[in-house]
Design a protein around this ligand. Sequence first.
Ligand code: V47
Ligand code: SF4
Length: 378
Amino acid sequence: MLTQTNSAQVLLNSTISKELKQIAEKVYSNERITFDEGVLLFEKGELGYLGSLANYVREKMNGNYVYFNRNFHVEPTNICVFDCKFCSYSRLLKQKEDGWELSEEEILDKVRSYDGKPVTEVHIVGGVHPKMGLMYFANLIKKIKEIRPEIHVKAFTAVELEYMCRKAKVSYEEGLRILKEHGQDSLPGGGAEIFDEVIRKQICEDKCTAKEWLDIHETAHKLGMPSNATILYGHIEKYEHRIDHMDRLRTLQNKTKGFNTFIPLKFRNKENQMSNIAETSVIEDLRNYAVSRIYMDNFPHLKAYWPMIGRSTAQLSLSFGVDDIDGTIDDSTKIYTMAGAEEQNPALTTLELVELIKQVNRIPIERDTLYNVITEFN
Ligand code: V47
Ligand code: SF4
């Protein structure tokens, strides 16, 4: 087996261009790469080169481990006041036939249905419903915690939070403080899409701006609520927009250290207003994971959401920087299945997930939301 030093030597001795060799040298000496170098990686780095560098970073940060957690999703509604062009999931209030709105009791029943099951996290996100406000959700979380006090509540994207705070006429700090006091523990990474203002205007004009998204996460971190960050890639953006997005996150992370995980989300084109755009290839997906791992040097983890990309690509991604595969049998979100995800009926037991990870010679770790080890499957 090649050691890390050997594989670095092989890469530096290979016939890559001078510029790519310089970037490799920087990565091997733990130096941060610049914006232009990030763009160059996308433009010129072929798959083997990127994989080798990303794997170096991944093994330096997370060894041979692959993390997963047992959670379940609650999607209170798919009614949404916004009109993101890539969204296959949302319905307007007037399109009630395909829309759903769970009652509080239905949501609490779902939580109760996990009684006795070893889930550690509930992930609550949905459409932005005009009638479900800050105090409704705060009280919902309180009731969830009364049923299951130890469960970690990861809830509401910055898009939902911006709307809730605006409607309730409170600052982000006040709104987040109320949610925290009622039991919310952390924020998921959704709603980030692409921060570049020109592209954002074209794909999701009416929801929270890039600045608002970043301000909300910064405020959450200040209040001791960690969060994740996503990028939606593979549509009309260019490589420089992907790096700009990562750069804004890397800068905020320098300041707050509140992000746990970066989650690249591949644009899926089924039944949305951007269906004319072809989806990216698996090779491009792997290159994107690799560049993300190399560029986001202060994000402890890089996650691939397996129901979205499928089992085989998820396994491959583990050699391209990814150290976390989200999703067991209990974890599925309609936002992907409705957009044409690889796995239409995601059903993977914990043992199957463990097997999938072991097949590629990595060590599976069941974690909690904050990456504390629950079980190591050696
Ligand atoms: O922000 C919507 C994405 C996100 C499409 O934090 C689409 O652990 C691809 O952020 N093709 C919401 N993606 C989901 C999300 C998430 C998922 C799993 C784990 C975590 C976490 C966060 O879904 C949205 C948007 O970027 N999305 N439509 C689509 N057609
Ligand atoms: Fe609404 Fe979210 Fe869909 Fe945008 S992505 S339309 S905010 S549900």
